[in-house]
Design a protein around this ligand. Structure first.
Ligand SMILES: [Zn+2]
Ligand SMILES: [Zn+2]
Length: 138
């Protein structure tokens, strides 16, 4: 019987200009859309799409290393590229997860959202495509 080898799933991503790149391993957790006022304002779009990885499973591999963080709440920090302004990450104090903007991932098409946070604040014309909201998230 052939021995099976479990290879951890490796995900890679980067900002538009390439200053920031990352590798994340493991199973992506809770892919979801968010239409909170910060996600919509920061992105200029009706929602952002996020997915979580364990913080210690994500490594910055690009020439500039970690993105620059801006706190949208005192305990929530958004990482973006200072050159091209791509939104990359969201980190909450006390959490062992780092949220990654799904569309910064090279394989973004493989992750479909399982929920939509702040769906009640979403643009009304998104209503026909809203995913279920199993629980409200920040
Ligand atoms: Zn960039
Ligand atoms: Zn949000």
């Amino acid at each position: 019987m052939a021995e099976s080898i479990v290879v951890p799933d490796l995900w890679t991503g980067h900002c538009q200009c390439g200053d920031h790149a990352y590798e994340a391993s493991g199973i992506p957790n809770d892919p979801h859309l968010c239409s909170c006022e910060h996600c919509t304002r920061l992105s200029g779009a009706p929602a952002m799409a996020w997915v979580g990885f364990h913080r210690d499973a994500l490594k910055w591999t690009g020439p500039v290393g970690e993105p620059t963080y801006f706190s949208t709440w005192p305990t929530l920090h958004r990482g973006s590229c200072q050159r091209c302004r791509t939104q990359l990450t969201s980190v909450a104090d006390g959490s062992d997860m780092i949220m990654v903007a799904i569309f910064s991932l090279s394989r973004s098409a493989e992750l479909a959202p399982v929920g939509h946070s702040y769906r009640e604040e979403a643009a009304p014309w998104m209503a026909i495509t809203l995913a279920p909201d199993p629980q409200r998230r920040t």
